[in-house]
Each structure stands twice: as structure tokens, then as C-alpha cells.
Ligand binder design. Sequence first.
Ligand SMILES: Nc1ncnc2c1ncn2[C@@H]1O[C@H](COP(=O)(O)OP(=O)(O)O)[C@@H](O)[C@H]1O
Ligand SMILES: [Mg+2]
Length: 247
Amino acid sequence: MAKERKRSTQANENEGKPQVDWSFVERCLDTAPLRMILLHGPPGVGKTYAGYKKGRIGRGVYSITLTDETPAAELRGMWVPQKDGYVWQDGPVVSAMREGARVVVNEIGQASPDVLAFFLACCESRESARLTLPTGEHLVPAEGFNVVATSNEAPASLPLALRDRFDCTLEIDAPHPEALALLSEPLREAALRTFALEPERAVSIRSWLKLEELSGVMDLFQACLAVFGSERGRKIHEALTMRQLSF
Ligand SMILES: Nc1ncnc2c1ncn2[C@@H]1O[C@H](COP(=O)(O)OP(=O)(O)O)[C@@H](O)[C@H]1O
Ligand SMILES: [Mg+2]
């Protein structure tokens, strides 16, 4: 309760202003000693996009999105049947380790114990990270290998051993200015307003971008209903047309 109150006071103080320092996030994503980075925050603020597009991506970006049923083999690799037997195919984490590239691991909070054990081994320092693949090969991560993990949950909900592997943990609670710049002024203003509210009431930038796109082909009312559903869509439409912007 007290926490909620604190958060809403903070929201009022920061009304209309993004909280996150995106230039700092980008700097971290581009800083070589920060090999393991965790980006966390509400859905739709651009965590995955930043992992794919910002910083050290010159050697390519591999990615995987975890569910609690994802097996470690999806990250490590597997034997794939071919005409005359099986061939080994690297998974995204092993490919990134081999090539000194980046791997973006989305929804890290969903990692099963199997995935967690594999992932923790990959996140060791270069001196101690050494994987033995089912092929018998011993793999040491090439220089440049970096991991960007994303999570919608707070780091406190992640296992301690996992949290400990990250060199850098950054909260992202508002969209990137580049994403906001894709919106027309009233939508941008409305999006910023919702990001100043409690995280549960913030509207993903994904929805605002879709509304922007739809408003070119549908009237604004229909577009609001399509994107936000009937109840919230009506309120958002009203707020946009009256320019009251209270959600
Ligand atoms: N810097 C950006 N420039 C343009 N579009 C962006 C930017 N950041 C995010 N987006 C768009 O916003 C949407 C949500 O971003 P995403 O990275 O999937 O959010 P998250 O991972 O935080 O849930 C996506 O459609 C993405 O393409
Ligand atoms: Mg994401």
C-alpha cells in the first residue's frame, strides 16, 4: 500500500516525463566489460528492441524467448536427423558463444531449472566458462560474446544465482524517444501520460504504434476499440478527443 502510494506520488512528480535514461542504457549495451546485461520493466517499453538493435551487435544477434517448458537443448543445440544420420546444430546461445556475438534471452524469469543450469554455466567469466557439447567439443566463449536478458518481472523475483551473473541490471519503464517519435503528437502525449502511471496501467508502446498505424485506415474510435478493447478503448478515445488525457 505504502509502496503504491509512493509510486503514484512519483508518477505525479514525473508526469509526462520518461523515467529511464535511455542514453545510459545504450551506453551500457555498448560497453565491452558489461558482458551480461539484464533489462527489466513492464511489457512494451522496448527492452527486446534495444537488445536487438543497440550497442555491440556487429557480430550479429541471436535470440530466444523462454517459456517454462523450453528445454536447455533449445539454447545449446541438438542433433538433427538428416538423410544419412544425425548432424549437430548449434542453438542460439552456443552460436553466439562461438562467434563472439550477442544473444538476447527474452523472458529470462521463465527459465526452467534445466535452462537455468545451462545458462548459468554460459554466463561464467571467459576464464571459467567452458561448455562440453554432446558432440564432445569443449567450447570456450569467443571474445565479444554478450548476453542481453529481458524480464517483465523485477530482478528480486529471479533466482539469486542468476541475478548474481549479471554485470549490469537496468530498469526500463518508459519507451525510447525513437519509438515515441513514430507517434503523432496527441498519441505521444497520451503514451507518455500512461507511462507516468503505475506500471499496471501503462499502455505498451506496441499498442500506441498499432493505434497510429490503424488511425490511417479506420476512424479513431474504431481503432481505439480494436487495439484496447471496448472498455478501455472508449476511455482512451474519450481522453484523446477531449484531450483530457486522464486514464
Ligand atoms: N527504439 C525504438 N524505435 C522504434 N520502435 C521501437 C523502439 N523500441 C521499441 N519499439 C517498438 O515498440 C514495440 C515494443 O518493443 P519491445 O522491444 O517488444 O518491448 P518489450 O520487450 O519491452 O516488451 C515493438 O513493436 C518495437 O518494434
Ligand atoms: Mg520483450
